[in-house]
Ligand binder design. Structure first.
Ligand code: UD1
Ligand code: UDP
Length: 364
């Protein structure tokens, strides 16, 4: 029987995927739950701000593994997680998503003989050039219990030799957060603060290394922004990776001086969801935002060649376009003309995934 749980998070999307854990654990009095934050994301507006505005209890263990190379980050994470495991002796470790913190924690669980559960397991982009794809495959290779957000997750895991008895189709904990905070999202004043009218602007985010880590990628992005912003105001909360690259390549002035572009720091959760919900469309390379737009039925143009979340394409409001300006402009026209595809919400994206996860844990 499982009594003691340790959940490991490290990045903005990880935090957003576990907001309901504390509340649901309290419905199971025999369960004790602790949270470890690796510090992979460390800027206030990428981490602490979410704990504060979402009313989350501070992590029980806080590491500072955000600086240095990926290897030294992961080494620091693994040592810190080892210390927490030695002290707390969890029966089960829960890891989330596909970031470096996810893999670091999974490796520690494996080496220390702790059972491992992976929330959002089984997703595959089939693109090994993405660090996240390697993190997903390596984590799932050593996971014992799989919590899955969409049917393809089950299909991929079965193809990789996992068994039905290990896999739980629980739905999407990121949508749990949206459902839980909807009333507060509606109270955000962000549109008034930015002087925006609903459905008149596009919301943009961009942070994949494949898109923003080269001058060529950033120049293509600037070209797309320049064309799009002739017709549509663009709101662009800039991820720290992307901001650093714009500055490194001497391109920051070009974005900063575009008058139809609202450039801002990474937004808080409630403001950002309010911006999604009132946008004409969203243009992004984020993983989670493909899902949030599908839930809100807001057109999402994803500037990537592939996605690990194909249900957002098959059922949802997402379209994959790569960095192809003509295809992007054609998709934007179809949104303005009202001919953009209609969509549905994928199964179990209903606000109750966290409940299902803890019911499953009770049966382990
Ligand atoms: C990471 C994840 C990515 C996820 C993204 C969510 C990996 C391999 N990548 O990418 O899957 O989509 O988080 O946002 O785990 N930085 C700051 N402050 C911060 C965080 C980062 O300034 O709070 C800067 C630092 O210069 C850092 C760089 O951004 O070196 C990249 O951060 P890192 O966590 O390595 O990768 P992300 O691009 O954030
Ligand atoms: N997000 C946010 N503020 C922003 C940009 C994103 O709150 O300025 C939220 C977004 O709504 C989603 C999560 O952060 O819940 C996604 O994180 P990100 O795009 O950084 O990571 P990915 O999902 O690509 O791993």
């Amino acid at each position: 029987m499982i009594n003691k749980l340790l959940t490991v998070v490290g990045t903005r999307p990880n935090i957003i995927k576990i907001t309901q854990f504390g509340r649901v654990v309290r419905q199971h009095p025999h369960l004790e739950h602790r949270l470890l934050h690796t510090g992979q994301h460390y800027s206030h507006n990428m981490s602490d701000a979410f704990f504060a505005e979402l009313g989350l209890r501070n992590p029980d263990y806080q590491l500072s593994a955000g600086q240095g190379s990926v290897i030294s980050q992961m080494g620091t994470m693994m040592q810190g997680i080892e210390g927490a495991v030695r002290e707390y002796k969890p029966d089960l470790m829960l890891v989330v998503g596909d970031v470096n913190s996810t893999l670091a924690a999974a490796l520690v669980a494996n080496k220390m003989g702790i059972r491992l559960a992976h929330v959002e397991s089984g997703l595959r982009s089939f693109d090994r050039a993405m660090p996240e794809e390697n993190n997903r495959i390596l984590t799932d290779a050593i996971t014992d219990v799989f919590f899955v957000t969409e049917q393809t997750g089950i299909d991929n895991l079965l193809k990789e030799g996992k068994t039905h008895s290990q896999i739980y189709f629980v739905g999407n904990t990121m949508i749990d957060t949206l459902v839980a905070y909807q009333a507060q999202i509606e109270q955000s004043r962000v549109l008034a603060q930015l002087n925006l009218e609903p459905r008149t602007y596009a919301l943009m985010t961009m942070h994949r290394p494949g898109n923003v880590d080269t001058r060529e990628g950033l120049e293509k992005l600037l070209d797309i922004i320049n064309d799009l912003s002739k017709e549509t105001r663009i709101v662009f909360p800039v991820h720290p990776r992307t901001l650093n690259r714009f500055k490194e390549f001497g391109l920051y002035e070009q974005v900063a001086t575009n008058k139809n572009l609202v450039l801002m720091e990474p937004a808080g959760y409630l403001d950002f969801q309010n911006l999604i919900q009132h946008a004409r469309f969203v243009i992004t390379d984020s993983g989670g935002i493909q899902e949030e737009t599908t839930y809100g039925q807001i057109p999402c143009l994803t500037l990537r060649p592939n996605t690990e979340r194909p249900s957002t394409i098959a059922l949802g409001s997402n379209t994959l376009l790569g960095f192809d300006k003509e295809r992007i402009m054609a998709a934007v026209q179809s949104i303005y003309q009202g001919t953009y595809k209609k969509c549905q919400i994928p199964p179990y994206w209903d606000g109750k995934a966290t409940e299902r996860i803890f019911e499953a844990i009770n049966q382990l």
